[in-house]
Design a protein around this ligand. Structure first.
Ligand code: NAG
Ligand code: NAG
Length: 402
């Protein structure tokens, strides 16, 4: 019988040389693992842990973060913030809406214009420190200077009530915590612990993100004299009295500055964390996949901001991509998600924008700077601490003021 089988499959050689067997095994193994990796990277949806799927599909971001969906944050993931009592750390979408409404009006566009004097005070301080460093020919650690600026501005404009330990002050300037205190939130929402967590998350969120974007934007401008030239020209053409601070209202009208800020926001990767959301009540659908209720679904801003089919030469700082053709610009803006989207987007967006316009506009109007011993790799993400951080041995962005 065995002889018959061999005869029937007579085309097979009776014995394969061992080298060929081993070689075939290696080829098959390599092909199989390539296919697995290929599948992993080609599929826009990957299950990254027993309870979480990650999706890389720019079109889906707005859908997942739509105002009409009531998605919770993923409690396990946001545990890192240890601030479930803050708007940022609130898991439940219903409770979040109540807490956020009490805060949101404070950060509206029109109200942020009232905060401008607080920001200007710290822009002026930053400028005076730069002048001192110029006089002493000292290197400026601009990454840390920007952190200080962002934190001081934020504390001054949003959280100064902390120093009054939650008591209402006569004639106190309105603060974000005062806003919560005066709101019609139930008493249980006005505990000291919640005030503390709200102040803490606002301060952290408003410090790292803004200063990181400022560092990236400054770095790329200083790396390219033609871009500085375009920006300076626009700022000089404003013909403003330099003894007065440049006003946010005026700076917002400058197209090149606006493009610089937007491109800085794109390339600096405001948040590295993958922003997982959970639909507790119903299954979610992504293409042909049904994702069971309770599953965490995450997406990363970076995947979208660095997608080459949307932002060509995505690793290059090109403010020009935001200029010109209005339709093209609008199509790109859909994918500019530095402040995320929907009900959980960045509550401090207007404040952050005001800070960035005022700092970049004022610094490049008033100073000439040169990079000092700083490479792109000193800023680019090496750690995901929810916010992106560079390599541990990086000294950040350092400049000399000329
Ligand atoms: C601005 O803030 C005040 C309270 O500080 C609030 O009453 C008002 O509604 C806010 N304005 C807008 C346009 O949100
Ligand atoms: C970039 O986005 C397009 C859709 O706009 C998508 O088809 C493509 O897979 C994305 N590329 C990468 C590398 O994620």
């Amino acid at each position: 019988m065995a002889g018959e089988v061999i005869a029937m499959t007579g085309c097979l050689p009776p014995r394969l040389p061992p080298g060929l067997v081993a070689g075939t095994f290696v080829v098959v193994a390599v092909l199989a693992s390539t296919l697995i990796v290929y599948r992993l990277y080609l599929s826009p949806i990957v299950r990254i842990s027993p309870n979480e799927v990650h999706i890389n599909d720019p079109e889906y971001f707005a859908e997942l973060n739509s105002n009409t969906l009531k998605l919770d944050k993923y409690a396990w993931y946001y545990g890192f913030a240890a601030a479930a009592g803050s708007g940022f750390g609130t898991v439940s979408s219903d409770l979040h809406r109540i807490r956020r409404n009490a805060l949101a009006k404070y950060f509206s566009t029109s109200n942020v214009s009232h905060l401008e004097p607080f920001i200007q005070k710290w822009v002026a301080k930053l400028c005076s420190r730069l002048k001192e460093h110029r006089q002493d020919a000292k290197v400026v650690d601009l990454s840390n200077a920007y952190r200080c600026f962002a934190q001081d501005s934020l504390k001054d404009s949003a959280a100064s009530i902390v120093s009054s330990k939650g008591r209402t002050l006569e004639n106190a300037k309105p603060t974000v915590l005062q806003e919560i205190y005066d709101s019609d939130l139930p008493a249980s929402e006005k505990s000291v612990s919640r005030f503390f967590q709200e102040a803490q998350t606002l301060t952290i969120a408003g410090t790292e993100t803004t200063s990181n974007t400022l560092s990236f934007t400054t770095f790329y401008l200083l790396s390219d004299p033609t871009k500085i030239e375009l920006l300076k020209r626009e700022l000089i053409d404003m013909k403003r009295d330099l003894s007065q601070p440049l006003a946010y209202f005026d700076l917002q009208k400058l197209p090149y500055l606006a493009a610089v800020i937007t491109e800085g926001l794109r390339i600096s990767d405001s948040v590295a964390g993958r922003l997982p959301r959970v639909n507790r009540n119903a299954a979610m659908r992504y293409k042909s996949f049904e994702i069971p209720a309770g599953t965490a679904i995450s997406m990363s801003i970076r995947d979208i901001h660095f997608n080459e089919s949307i932002f060509s030469s995505a690793h290059e700082f090109q403010p020009e991509r935001w200029l010109g053709d209005a339709a093209k610009k609008q199509a790109l803006e859909k994918f500019m998600i530095a402040f995320s989207r929907g009900p959980r987007n960045c509550i401090g967006m207007n404040l952050a924008l005001a800070e960035m316009y005022l700092v970049i506009g004022t610094l490049f109007r008033n100073f000439d700077m040169r990079l000092f011993d700083t490479k792109e790799e000193d800023l680019t993400i090496a750690h995901d601490f929810f916010m992106p951080f560079g390599p541990s041995d990086s000294k950040g962005l350092r400049v000399k003021v000329l």
